[in-house]
Design a protein around this ligand. Sequence first.
Ligand SMILES: [Fe+2]
Length: 237
Amino acid sequence: MKIGLFSDTHYCNCETIGGWRNPKLAYERTRDAMEKFQKEGVDLCFSLGDMTDHIEGDTKEDIKSYFEKMLSLIKSYSIPFYSVPGNHDYLMLTREEIENELGLKAPPYTIEKEEYTFIILDANYRSDYRCFDEAGVLWTDSNLPPYQVEYLKKQLKKATKPVIVLVHENLDPTVDESHIIKNAEEIRKIIKDSNKVKMVIQGHYHCGKNSVIDEIPYLTLSAMCESKENPYKIIEI
Ligand SMILES: [Fe+2]
């Protein structure tokens, strides 16, 4: 089974943000990635979050149009696609708006595909467990709220196939500390103790990282808007 992955496109209507993020380049790279996914016969693909960004003066409608442009490109390839929300995606839109108006399912949810189970989580919550859409985005304060911790435990308990866990922010304790989910240690223990997780996939930390923790690969994708090379990945499991 082949899975196509990319992350942190930060798409919006400008060439560069802050002099180092390149949203339009990321859009072109997404096209190249989707072309390759199609050629390689990828079975499903994921965006690991921060699909959109914004520039000064942007309205809610502008952000929706960025999502729509990205989604129209991605969906033109007819590969089953799932989006993991990132902190930037909540700058102006709510979980409900992203789900109801853009058709991107709000995590947590589980996909069964062939011989694998995929669990998609949303750690865009402050330490008081209010979602970034309501509380305001604070990228250094991401938390998996208790209801999703319970969801993860239950889904792992009932899983009969190997599991892949996907979340935007980082569970890998070896990346820069400000990117790490505050209750990551508790979540890693749940993952380890289940003995069912084959891989953890994340975005958020733009440099990317490959780690093995408790004998489980933790893959952090490099950002499409920043890396020197196009950092999309096709993994075969
Ligand atoms: Fe990002």
